[in-house]
Each structure stands twice: as structure tokens, then as C-alpha cells.
Design a binder for this molecule. Structure first.
Ligand code: GCB
Length: 590
């Protein structure tokens, strides 16, 4: 599936704006065919945005179930004779869409795009009614998982991930055209042979037109071309894509019939290689050290709604602090973020939404669980198929981004049991089959430390989340330092690169202390410095990503003070004292 574009042969129209909106607590809308007429409730909702915090009603914030969105669109008159499609960049966590009275598509998974061909259901020049029912309920068969529990006060949604279950239509919605005969997919895999760049490409299309590809450099000069649906382009003296240098070529792909261009699409290409060698992570053959953060899509009012201005500002802050990378914890981010990372030369660890597959993570954060992680009634084969599909859709969407250097197929799942090993083995195989060009890993949790984890054997890179000095040895940094180094030395013996994908301390901005006092701004700095001493002593550590870039919203709990406060920046992007300390470490020039 190709993201909508305006090209010589394609047009798109944004459907962003205010849509009619209705919650459906009785779950009656489908049976009562709410799609077959105007939603009458009279509320409106911004698209893109999470609906939760837009309203001032706490019941809306915590609502789970069906959520209805509706808009009307006039199909441009000039679109007659074209194939017309609807493209949702995401709808969280699942959606069904109607055009007028006709159901056109359903999609499971909250963070990847889906599309419906609606050519037969609309007419150029006419108005059409679009109705979407989004559902934000989590179950043991959703990714991420959750459960609805009956309580004396009614049903409650529980889940085991530490961020608020924002939902709705978070990203842009497009109405767009393609020609009837059209390109359906493009895959590029870059390579390097000394100063020469290579680009293996594969083009998929409907029909039997010929294919033409032209590669242009950033100045628009043609540097290579080809005439087959698959092949290899070479570029002498290639300008590599590299961390900090987001140089992109433009691959124009055309379908051609008797000399006439039938369809045309532009694919950005960054020429770089990624490889694991021993305990090194190589980009363009050079050892790369990751600095940066685990992030979230999380903003006041709009929740996980994409916002261009905040995206630019976040990248400015990344640059300011000397971060060269981040992880899309804990779900695929907006396609705009990936595109911008490509252009900025920011390196990305791209993660699925498989977070919270771990009933052992009880106690403080989520309360006692009373569930077994893997069992016929909880995370089971059906869940694994949903997870597999999430991986397929992530790779399909992001495979061509040079910024993406590593797949993370899960965050902190149970990984110390036989069931976990059996669950994950095929998912690693699948990811490698889908993309042999990138390393694959998952993020290991403290509960499955060195010697106990049975899933890390499948990973090319070890990604560890550790909270020595926070959740354990709280406030006792010397003890934390000792225990942390001891564990890390064990992992280092595996001869794989190690990225510390999370280490962090909740910090209340403005809280100060001379004593070593958790939650103070000084403690956050001391905690980070302790970690850095440990990392610097261990050769296999090739990356450090602090948890988190910014404070973010979570579910309620006694461990969370108005959300998770491990941000180096506050939720409104003001620096805590640790930001300056990190900047001194990461930016040698600052
Ligand atoms: C973790 C999770 C992350 C949490 C973090 C914390 O290990 O991966 O989602 O927010 O810890 O702050 O507890």
C-alpha cells in the first residue's frame, strides 16, 4: 500500500477538520445503523486528535467501547474516471468505515494505516457521507492487550502499559485517487560498495504496463534509471544517508503504456547500510553509538494526535540536547515523524504496539494481576496472529525509511518462560523474512535478567530497560551501580551489541534536594551519571536512550503523579536540570 501523494497522475484531498462525533455506551449504533443517516448527538471532534482530553467530561476521558465519527465530503468533479480511495493513517485501536450506507473496510490495530477502494460507492462531483466507528477496547487478543473487568461499580478497562489509552482518529485521513492501472507497492533496499551506492528496488502494480524508474539527487539531477519492475540502480560517488545527514534521493516510479505515463509515484531513498558485527552496530560500516530517548506521542488536549509544530519542536530539542536517535516506544509513530526523521538524519528504533504482554509486571504500577501471561484464555495463538499482523503492517509501512535501523517487535514481554520462547520464535522468523536487511530485537525487562531470559537468544541486538536506582535500590546509587554493572557484564558476554533502551527516574520539576532524594531534579542527574559510569565501563554498550524524552499521561496509580514524570523535559517541553547535564555529555561542542 502506498501513502497518498499528489503526483502527475494522483491527487489527494485532506479530510482533516471537525467531524460529527458520538459515544455509544449502549453499543447500539451498529444495530441501529447510525451510519445510514447524520449522527444526531450534535457533538464535534477534531481529526486528527485523541478524543479523550478534548472533552471536559471525565466519563468521556475514560470511555471505552464504540466511538462514532462522521463527515461529509464532496468528491472533486475532476476525479471522474479515476480510482478513488480512502486512506486512514491510523484509527485506534480498530475501525469500521461506511461510505453512505455501504461498509467499505474494517481494520484491527491502532497505529498503522489502512485503505478502502470506494470507486464504486461515490461519484465525482457528488457528496458522500463517511461514517467511522472506532473501538478502543483492549482484550487479550488485541495488541496491546488489556481486559475488561466487572466491578461492583460497573465495567472497567484494565491494561498493562504505562501510558494512557488515548484513542480516536489520531492521524490524517485522505481521500485520494490513483489511475485504474496503478502502482501498488515499492520496496527499496540500499547498499554500498565503497563510494558506489546501490539501490535494489521492486515495484508492484496492477495490470501489465511497463515500468520506468528515474533516480534524482537532491538537486534534481538524474543519476540513474531503469526499465524493469525489479532491479538494481547504482550511483557513483553516492551521497550517503548518515546520522545527522539526512540526504535523500528521489526515486520516481512510473507505469508506462505505449510511451504514455499511466501512473507516477515518488519514493524517497536514503543510501545507507545497517549491520551488526560482533558487539558493534554499524551504520555505513562505522560503529554507531545511540544517544537519545524513548518517546511517546503524547500532548496536552490532543493526546496522541499528530501535530506538525510539536514534531518540529521535539526534533529541535533532540538536536539541542545532542540526541541522534529515539525509539518509537511503544507503537509505530505517525508517518510524518518517520519522514521527518529521514530528512533530519535521526536514527529510529521502530517498535510495534506489543507492550504489556507481561502479567509479572504487577505490584506497584498496575496492581496485582491474577492472570497468567501465556495461556489459552489470555495471550494465545490468536493474539500471536494479531501480533504477527502488526509486524507485517509495520514493516510494510516503514521498510523504505533510511532512519529505521532496527525493529523492536515487543516491549518488556514475559521472556523468561518456555511459553514466551515458543510465542516469540516464529515472530522473529517472520520479521527476518519480511525484512532481511535490518536487525531485529525486542526490549527486555528487568524481571528477565541476564541468565533468565529465553527470548534474547533470537535477537541481533540486546535492548535492555533497567531501573537500578529507581525501582530497585531506590535512592541508593552505590548499591545500584554495583548491581547494574554486575548484570550488564553478564549480558556483555553474549557478544551482541547492547542498547540501554530505558533508564530513568521520575522527577518533579522544581523539587530540589542536597541529599540524594528520589523525585528531585538533582537525583535525576545523579541517577543518569551513575548509569553513564556503568555504560562507559562496558564495551558492548553501544547506546543509551533515557526514559523518557518528556513527561507523559498514564493511567491512575500511586506511582504516578499526574502521569509519568521521568521526562527530561516536562510535558510542555521545558527542560529539567538533567537536560543540561545530558547536553554536556552528548554534545561535545556545547
Ligand atoms: C518501563 C516501560 C515504560 C514505563 C517505564 C516506567 O519499563 O517500558 O513503558 O513507562 O518502565 O517509567 O516505569
Amino acid at each position: 500500500m502506498l501513502r497518498p501523494q499528489d503526483t502527475d497522475t494522483r491527487e489527494r484531498k485532506s479530510l482533516n477538520g471537525l467531524w460529527r462525533f458520538a459515544l455509544d455506551p449502549a453499543g447500539e449504533g451498529r444495530a441501529r445503523r447510525w451510519f445510514s443517516g447524520p449522527l444526531t448527538e450534535g457533538r464535534e471532534m477534531a481529526v486528527p486528535a485523541s478524543f479523550n482530553d478534548v472533552s471536559a467530561d471525565p466519563a468521556v476521558r475514560d470511555y471505552f467501547g464504540d466511538i462514532w465519527y462522521q463527515t461529509t465530503v464532496r468528491v472533486p468533479r475532476g476525479w471522474a474516471g479515476q480510482r478513488i480511495a480512502l486512506y486512514f493513517e491510523s484509527a485506534t485501536h480498530r475501525a469500521t468505515v461506511w461510505v453512505n450506507d455501504t461498509e467499505v473496510v474494517s481494520h484491527e490495530g491502532g497505529y498503522t494505516p489502512f485503505e478502502a477502494d470506494i470507486t464504486d460507492h461515490v461519484r465525482a462531483g457528488d457528496q458522500a457521507r463517511l461514517t467511522v466507528v472506532v473501538n478502543n477496547t483492549l482484550s487479550f487478543q488485541s495488541i496491546p492487550p488489556g481486559v475488561i473487568e466487572d466491578t461492583p461499580a460497573g465495567q472497567r478497562q484494565r491494561y498493562w502499559h504505562d501510558f494512557f489509552n488515548y484513542a480516536g482518529i489520531h492521524r490524517s485521513v485522505w481521500l485520494h485517487t490513483t489511475p485504474a492501472r496503478h502502482l501498488t507497492d515499492i520496496t527499496v533496499v540500499p547498499g554500498l560498495d565503497g563510494a558506489t551506492g546501490t539501490i535494489d528496488y521492486t515495484i508492484e502494480s496492477t495490470g501489465d504496463a511497463e515500468t520506468r524508474v528515474v533516480l534524482r539527487d537532491a538537486d534534481g539531477r538524474q543519476v540513474a534509471d531503469g526499465a524493469a519492475p525489479a532491479g538494481t540502480l547504482t550511483v557513483e560517488n553516492v551521497h550517503r544517508w548518515a546520522p545527522g545527514d539526512g540526504y535523500l534521493y528521489d526515486l520516481e516510479v512510473q507505469l508506462v503504456d505505449e510511451g504514455a505515463v499511466v501512473d507516477s509515484y515518488h519514493q524517497r531513498v536514503g543510501v545507507r547500510t545497517v549491520e551488526v558485527s560482533g558487539n558493534r552496530f554499524l551504520i555505513n560500516g562505522e560503529p554507531f553509538y545511540f544517544t537519545g530517548f524513548g518517546k511517546h506521542e503524547d500532548l496536552a488536549v490532543i493526546g496522541k494526535g499528530h501535530n506538525d509544530a510539536f514534531m518540529l519542536h521535539d526534533f529541535e530539542l533532540l538536536k539541542w540536547i545532542g540526541a541522534n536517535s529515539f525509539r518509537t516506544s511503544h507503537y509505530p509513530y505517525s508517518e510524518d515523524v518517520l519522514d521527518y526523521a529521514d530528512r533530519q538524519g535521526i536514527v529510529i528504533i521502530d517498535e510495534t504496539a506489543a507492550v504489556g504482554l507481561n502479567m509479572g509486571l504487577g505490584g506497584g504500577i498496575f496492581g496485582a494481576q491474577g492472570y497468567q501471561t501465556f495461556s489459552p484464555d489470555t495471550i494465545n495463538d490468536a493474539t500471536r496472529e494479531v501480533h504477527a499482523q502488526a509486524i507485517r503492517e509495520l514493516v510494510a509501512r516503514d521498510k523504505n525509511h533510511p532512519s529505521v535501523v532496527l525493529w523492536s517487535i515487543a516491549n518488556e514481554p514475559e521472556s523468561d518462560t518456555e511459553e514466551a520462547e515458543a510465542y516469540f520464535r516464529p515472530l522473529f522468523d517472520l520479521t527476518r523474512e519480511l525484512d532481511p536487511s535490518r536487525p531485529v530485537g525486542f526490549v527486555n525487562v528487568m524481571l528477565a535478567p541476564y541468565g533468565k531470559c529465553r527470548v534474547s537468544q533470537f535477537a541481533d541486538v540486546l535492548m535492555l530497560n533497567r531501573y537500578y536506582g529507581w525501582y530497585v535500590h531506590t535512592g541508593d546509587l552505590p548499591a545500584a551501580e554495583q548491581a547494574w554493572e554486575e548484570e550488564l557484564r553478564g549480558w556483555a558476554g553474549e557478544n551482541k551489541p547492547i542498547i540501554i533502551t530505558e533508564y530513568g527516574a521520575d522527577t518533579y520539576p522544581g523539587l530540589h534536594s542536597i541529599a540524594t532524594q528520589p523525585w528531585s531534579e538533582e537525583y535525576q542527574i545523579e541517577y543518569l551519571e551513575m548509569n553513564h559510569r556503568v555504560f562507559d565501563r562496558i564495551d558492548a554498550v553501544i547506546g543509551e536512550q533515557v526514559w523518557n524524552f518528556a513527561d507523559f499521561a498514564t493511567t491512575s496509580g500511586i506511582m504516578r503523579v499526574g502521569g509519568n514524570k521521568k521526562g527530561v523535559f516536562t510535558r510542555d517541553r521545558q527542560p529539567k536540570a538533567a537536560a543540561f547535564a545530558l547536553r554536556r555529555r552528548w554534545r561535545k561542542d556545547a
